[in-house]
Write a protein that binds this ligand. Sequence first.
Ligand code: UD1
Ligand code: CA
Length: 454
Amino acid sequence: MSLGVVILAAGQGTRMKSALPKVLHRLADKPLLGHVIDCARALDPAEIVVVYGHGGDAVRQAFADHDDLRWAEQAEQLGTGHAVAQAMPQLERASQVLVLYGDVPLTRVETLRTLIDETGQGFGLLTVTLADPTGYGRIVRNDGGRVQRIVEQKDAGNEELAIDEVNTGIMCLPRDALARWLSGLSNANAQGEYYLTDVLEMAVGDGFDVQVHQPASPVEAEGVNNRLQLATLERAYQQHCATQLMLNGVTLRDPARIDVRGRVEHGKDIEIDINVVLEGDIQLGNNVTIGANCVLRNVRIADDVMIQPNCVLEEAIVGPGSTIGPFARLRPGAELVGGAHIGNFVEIKKSIVGQGSKVNHLSYVGDATIGAGVNVGAGTITCNYDGANKHRTVIEDNAFIGSNTALVAPVTVGAGATIGAGSVISKNAPDEKLTLTRAKQLSLNWQRPTKKNK
Ligand code: UD1
Ligand code: CA
């Protein structure tokens, strides 16, 4: 049997009160629609068709590099049934169709797999039972408990409104029968729309026995209509990530105060303090401590690393036994070989810092190669940019750079060299020597001016 997935994403999302189409609003690391597409892909379908409408160009553009997607335009939003009908011509190989929603981001792959397997060539429906079913389509069953039809809130009578089992919208149906049912839809209802839900009654009429499946949690079927719901689902997602981390052996000082926006791989005995944001691909070794208020994006951190509070690390590699921060910034291309000390108000970009080297206070190190055992004094700046081009600074092993040195690149400081504090080094400094550029210190007899009396 071959599966086709139709993702409905044509709704306007007016309640977001946004210029951005609703499905492009982000949850964790990607747009709402991105979550649904990834989930669909994990089912390994033959085809995925996204139905787009309002703001469609922006939606298509956001996923331009996903060349496995097919797109169907629904110029006017005439209802969910009409939306699915727009996708049908694009389903060429599918014999079974799964309908998903671009604004329902947290459905689990396992839930859908079960629904698909249980459905086979039949009709499968995902439902949830809610304490407050207001607004949803209600599942109407007969005395034998068999599902008969779905009635929308606005079309329901009092008896139907009391039903607490509701339609999530997610369903799985046979392709050819679906095409037939869709062509028979009418919009003679309270909203004047072509309801996808009406195909269920037709299926029952055709002798189908509807398979109903419920997800482990109602959150899997929750959609986003406004920013409050977006935040609620973001929290649910974050809670799930935090739970997974803790169950996998990571200590979180407060699981309500961590945000994961990507994938985290980790070793043993990690401790993460409050307000930490982990983005992109994060790799943490064993015995890594992350202090409060740190943001890490696409980083690889080796064993025994301590990151103190208020650090920002992006596309950086941190070798074993290094200490970073507080208030340090590692920018893309920063690589600490190991045992490094990077202290407060230090910025490192596109530079290698050798084994055991220290840059402890108030420095900028950019486009540099620093050897092992180097001490970079407070306030040292690599002047890497001449206004047009970037140039490299090389500091060889065991060099000592005095405080407030400006290293005007391209320049090399030799092994074991010492640079006197306050120097402007624009020529290479030889190995083992003390090099300094400094005006001689003078002491003169001098009278300080005094204020004139008026
Ligand atoms: C729909 C279901 C309802 C279910 C609820 C779950 C129908 C008729 N009703 O109602 O039974 O309980 O979802 O949330 O299906 N969309 C389009 N084109 C359209 C209309 C909608 O792409 O012409 C998309 C929307 O972008 C949205 C989804 O379909 O992602 C659902 O549409 P919405 O209008 O929110 O349906 P509901 O009235 O909530
Ligand atoms: Ca809805």
